[in-house]
Write a protein that binds this ligand. Structure first.
Ligand code: PMP
Length: 285
């Protein structure tokens, strides 16, 4: 069945939604995006996603044509029109199109705003039960990974490479240290049950799920350390896991074909996942 999608002020059938070949999102990846999870027909961590969207726009001088409140209303309308119970809402804002291909752009350019829903099982997921296998590869992305742009070719190629190697995803390495996952933040758990994750900087995306996890870990007395860690430390970790809006938390059971811990999803990761989902449902809008 066709979805109803949102394009520049209109709710239309997905097959009717068209944008210009001159759109800068298409030509230059001059665009930002957000993905908000939906559970039980409600928006998860959405305030964080909209705040990060505003920040991404500010960093790139992109004009957001609607307010945060209007965006939330659009998201909720799409959930309703598509009877979405579980999955996500994808939102993309491009700088727009000026009728030709030109690197430079004017300040009067009108942006393109697109939102659509994706139905997907988030709570029951095979990967939660099996855990995921990752391979480590060089982080070849640009230096402003804190901005959530649609320049995702490195991530697409990396995931393709992982699948070819019989793995599910990648962990990215820079100067010997893990930055993050292919589309997630990366964590390890040390022998004394401390959760370790890289500190926030321009080197990684400031994950909204990560922010919620940090808060929950504090509230529930988990030990957390924000510091750099190497892939060798990760190989020897008791547990490893990733977080993102589309996975929440998935345990990592192997890195570069080396089993992490006993090679099964770690108890701390699974516990944190449960706490996250329960709290997210309570706070959902
Ligand atoms: N890092 C990268 C590179 C990502 O693409 C994502 C998912 N968009 C994340 C981290 C996790 O961010 P969030 O928890 O906001 O989904």
């Amino acid at each position: 069945m066709e979805r109803t999608v949102y394009l520049n002020g209109e709710y239309i059938a997905e097959s009717e939604a068209k944008i210009s070949i001159f759109d800068r999102g298409f030509l230059f990846a001059d665009a930002v995006y957000e993905v908000t999870a939906v559970l039980d027909g409600k928006l998860i961590d959405n305030a964080g996603h909209l705040a990060r969207l505003e920040r991404s726009c500010k960093e790139l001088g992109l004009k957001l044509p609607v307010t945060g409140e209007e965006l939330t209303a659009i998201q909720k309308t799409l959930v309703e029109k598509n009877a979405l119970v579980e999955g996500g809402i994808y939102l993309q804002l491009t700088r727009g199109d000026e009728g030709d291909r030109d690197f430079s752009f004017s300040d009067s350019i009108e942006p393109t705003l697109v939102l659509f829903t994706q139905a997907r099982s988030l709570i029951k997921s095979a990967k939660t039960e099996t855990g995921i296998r990752v391979i480590s590869i060089d982080d070849i992305r640009w230096r402003r990974r804190d901005i959530k742009t649609t320049q995702l070719l490195p991530a697409c190629l990396a995931k393709h490479m992982a699948h070819a190697a019989n793995a599910d995803d990648v962990w990215l390495i820079e100067d010997g240290f893990v930055t993050e996952g292919g589309s997630s933040n990366a964590y390890i758990v040390t022998e004394d049950n401390t959760i370790v994750t890289r500190p926030l900087s321009n080197d990684i995306l400031h994950g909204i799920t990560r922010a919620s996890l940090m808060k929950l870990a504090n509230d529930f007395d988990f030990k957390i350390e924000e510091r750099y860690f190497t892939i060798e430390e990760a190989y020897a970790a008791k547990e490893a896991f990733i977080s993102s809006a589309t996975t929440f938390i998935w345990p990592v059971v192997a890195i570069d074909d080396k089993a992490i811990g006993n090679g099964k999803p770690g108890p701390l990761a699974l516990k944190l996942r449960d706490i996250y989902i329960n709290t997210a449902l309570e706070l959902a809008e």
